[in-house]
Design a protein around this ligand. Sequence first.
Ligand SMILES: *Cc1c(COP(=O)(O)O)cnc(C)c1O
Length: 498
Amino acid sequence: PLKKIVTIETKEGPVYLRLWKYYVYSYDQNNACPIILLDSNLPENQPSFQKLTDQLYRSDDVWWKIYQRVILGLGGVKALESLGYNIDRYHLNEGHAAFALAEKYVQLKDKNKFKEQQGKFAYTCHTPVEAGHDRFSVRDVSRILSDDYVQAACALGGESKNSDQINLTYMCLNSCEKVNAVALKHGEITRLQFSSFAAKIQSITNGIHIHTWLSEHFQNLFDRYQTTFGHWREHPENLANVRDLKTDRQFRADIFAAHQANKRNLIETLKHWHLKENVLTIGWARRIAGYKRPALIFHNVEQILRIAYEVGPLQIILAGKAHPNDDIGSAHIEEILDHIDQLNDHREVIKVLILENYDTYFGKLLTNSVDVWLNTPLPPFEASGTSGMKAILNGVVQVSTLDGWVVEAAEDDIGWIFGYQHSGSKIGREMELRLDEDSQALYNVLDTVTKLYYQMNREGEVDIESPWIDKMINCVGRSSFFNTQRMMEEYKTKMWQM
Ligand SMILES: *Cc1c(COP(=O)(O)O)cnc(C)c1O
């Protein structure tokens, strides 16, 4: 904890924020990045203010939402200034921090000078989904913030002249010199959604931190083939060299063995459930949100049963967390549980597990150990998605709709693509889930996937020449791009350099 306290004046009284400083270290411990955290849990705050920072992004209550954004935006700028940081470039990661712009605007005596400030601001838009874009009525904001802030918010983020809505996405798009979306496809969609800002919307595709998400067995594998991969930890782009090993029988056997070792680790961790090492195992784990269609694979239970009986047995593992205040998410989980009940009598051929408390531990466990990573978002609403990137890094093949990051990898044969594909200049409706058509398309693909899996792996007797192993190798090769090291270089040159 730092000694500095930051104060935000509101119409309901002052909000005091304690600052905490936390260092994130690079994997080699050679660099550290300070993170300043804002905390309202102080005795000098009135009781209702003490809880404001208890929970990340409450979505059920306008009063909470506005206060959290005010704390992040106004409080964030005040915190950095009070600590003496001289900031060249503020990067607003999501519209949630947009009030930082209002703070800067209010600080300026001559409002005409605000244009010069805009070069200091960069903004990343993270989702096309409606609920990801904050809008507040001027009336609600006026209950909390003083008139000069409300005027600033209206001037920068009013949906139109004299509009009664303040839109934090517009605030960022209007006032930030640099703007980006988080994958190529998402760039295209963001330009459609906000066409008057299209000229300045770039895209920088997300990546994952390989030092967090790479399993030990695959680290060892890459180290063993050092002549091919070189210093892959510093240069993950070297993983593309895996193509040179495609015809190396030893490597093909080794990559599959490394995968099976990961799978045994999963089986051991969930040992109570008696999963089997040589049964095709499909994983799905995400935040539960409507457009991600968590129940798609169970949409027609007859069909998944047919595959399990006629083609080969299946193990399906799901994990997810719904927002605690999100009824839709809970309804999806109920739906999945209903389907699983129907499958109870068929446990000999199909076993379904749903894990509670999905977190980064389970995220890592599942993404590196299942045979197939299932990705079912309704295009074009998955801005990027990252769990599949964790999977390909560990040689786990994809069954996915064509959306988000997958659009940039689909041609490299990292698995199978199915279902509705978005094109054209209309975005479509995120409520129109296309469950009938897309579940059918998914079953067609799963039929093929299951056949190929059991041709490749007959009770542990493995066909090293199988196209399945080609796909695993293609996955590793493509992960040379979807990592944070490449991503940060792009942010540096496209967004941060003056
Ligand atoms: C990777 C990860 C996510 C994000 O997954 P998406 O594919 O982007 O939906 C969410 N939660 C946890 C715990 C993760 O590890």
